[in-house]
Design a protein around this ligand. Structure first.
Ligand code: PLP
Length: 463
């Protein structure tokens, strides 16, 4: 709660700025949905994620229960948002914080936690969870050995869902004036969805709660069958599990919808480009599920989707073109010509070309050196035509003296030009109309060429 002193409004500490995050309508992404889709933007929390809420709540509960005393140590296994939430509380309340994580986590995440004064212990990633070296075991060991240490254990701590019952649920009820009919949230520990759902369903049992689960996680199958299945790797971070956390109350969840990496991550990118909402991949997943469900709703329904954290934590992943390309995750439906051009296997270089008046010998040299099939011919800076390797070879084999002839003697029609921000669909349409390649223009200058081979590689790589 903020303080007022002589009319000056301020917060005593950063901790009271947690919560009261805004709802923003997804006007573009959900434009085809009959019901409005509102996004609750949890990156407005001071630590940049929904986990600030449980960081504070787990510490306050432990204090009340006498498990954490002045000068004590907060211990957690976390590579991300929960650590940050806890580190902030530890800093303000004067606790030590120790975070145990696998050594695969990015150095940015380690630096982020250390910036708040936390201690970070890295364990080898490639060990079994029950090995004494694993980060779970290290955390348990520290919690048992250090005097005054408390393992917050977000996966099994009832204070986690309770935090959402106490804050996220009431906020949503008030912000929507009780009109919310559908809630979508990703599930990791399940604390967010379980606590928020419990509050909303107490207010209106008709509120439908939908969990978003990445393909590869076991939570959807567990919700539907009660059976534990085999988990598979996926790229979306922070959500989905390979075990069942007791912080999840499955009876609060009406339906679980799966989302694959490609749909989830591309939706995160679209949220940034089209709505200026900059979030991580798990939020993209939740938004994708919310929009899918909202397509089936009535105009007087009201969908809310929880977007959990800031995209700044994923600048080298979902928000990096290179990472998306390397992982074959670009969605052809929203990919632009420039994205494919930038992702060509070969090093990016200027457009190889010849000028009117140059001899065929030079074009042949380019074919040989760079293994290319077609070469644009320029006249005074404009494309005048195209040379094809097969035609050059045919002509030269017939008569080697033609090597000294000017390129325009063998030139065919110019290749079509597309703008670099045109959807790849335009490129494929042009190629279907018997063009073997297209030229790509950016800011008025021709910057590259896309061939059928490039397009096939892009499409095949995407599967
Ligand atoms: C980025 C991100 N999104 C979503 C979640 C899921 O929230 P919860 O653990 O409350 O189910 C988490 C949890 O770790 C997360 O880190």
């Amino acid at each position: 709660m903020s303080s007022v002193l002589d009319g000056v409004r301020y917060h005593e500490t950063i901790l009271t700025t947690i919560g009261q995050t805004p709802l923003v309508r997804l006007r573009k992404l959900a434009r085809d949905c009959p019901a409005p889709v509102l996004a609750k933007l949890e990156f407005f929390n001071p630590g940049g994620s929904v986990k600030d809420r449980i960081g504070l709540a787990m510490v306050e509960t432990a204090e009340r229960e006498g498990k954490l005393r002045p000068g004590g140590t907060i211990v957690e296994c976390t590579s991300g948002n929960t650590g940050l939430g806890l580190a902030m509380v530890a800093c303000v309340r004067g606790y030590r914080a120790v975070f145990c994580m696998p050594d695969k986590v990015s150095s940015e995440k380690v630096s982020l936690l250390k910036a708040f004064g936390a201690e970070v212990l890295l364990s080898p990633t490639a060990v079994a969870p029950d090995s004494p070296e694993s980060y779970y075991s290290v955390a348990r060991h520290i919690a048992a050995e250090r005097p005054g240490a408390f393992l917050t254990n977000q996966y099994h701590n009832p204070a986690n869902p309770q935090a959402h019952y106490d804050s996220t649920g009431p906020e949503l009820w008030e912000q929507t004036a009780g009109k919310i009919t559908h809630l979508v949230a990703g599930m990791g520990t399940g604390g967010t969805i379980s606590g928020t759902a419990k509050y909303l369903k107490e207010k209106n049992p008709g509120v439908r709660v939908i969990g978003a689960d990445p393909v590869g996680s076991i939570l959807k199958a567990y919700h539907e069958t009660g059976k534990i299945t085999e988990a598979h790797p996926y790229k979306i971070e922070g959500v989905g599990e390979d075990f069942i956390p007791t912080a999840t109350d499955f009876s609060m969840i009406d339906q679980v919808v799966s989302c694959n990496d490609r749909n989830g991550l591309n939706t995160a990118r679209r949220l940034a480009r089209e709505e200026a909402i900059f979030v991580g991949g798990s939020s993209g997943m939740a938004a994708w599920v919310a929009i899918e469900v909202a397509r089936t709703l009535a105009p007087n329904d009201l969908m809310v989707v929880l977007l959990t954290d800031t995209g700044e934590r994923y600048l080298t992943k979902v928000h990096s073109d290179a990472w998306m390309r390397d992982n074959h995750l670009f969605d052809p439906a929203i990919t632009r010509a420039g994205d494919v051009l930038g992702g060509k296997g070969r090093a990016v270089r200027g457009l190889l070309s010849v000028r009117v008046g140059e001899p065929l010998r030079r074009a042949l040299a380019l074919v040989e050196q760079h293994d290319i099939t077609q070469i644009p011919v320029f006249r005074d800076g404009d494309v005048a035509g195209t040379l094809y390797d097969s035609e050059i070879l045919k002509r030269v084999l017939e008569d080697s003296r033609t090597l000294d002839q000017a390129v325009e003697t063998l030139m065919s029609e110019p290749l079509p030009v597309v703008e670099s921000d045109e959807p790849v669909e335009s490129v494929t349409r042009l190629m279907a109309a018997h063009n073997s390649a297209v030229l790509v223009r950016e800011h008025g200058a021709l910057t590259g060429i896309l061939t059928r081979y490039d397009m096939l590689q892009f499409i095949a790589g995407g599967e």
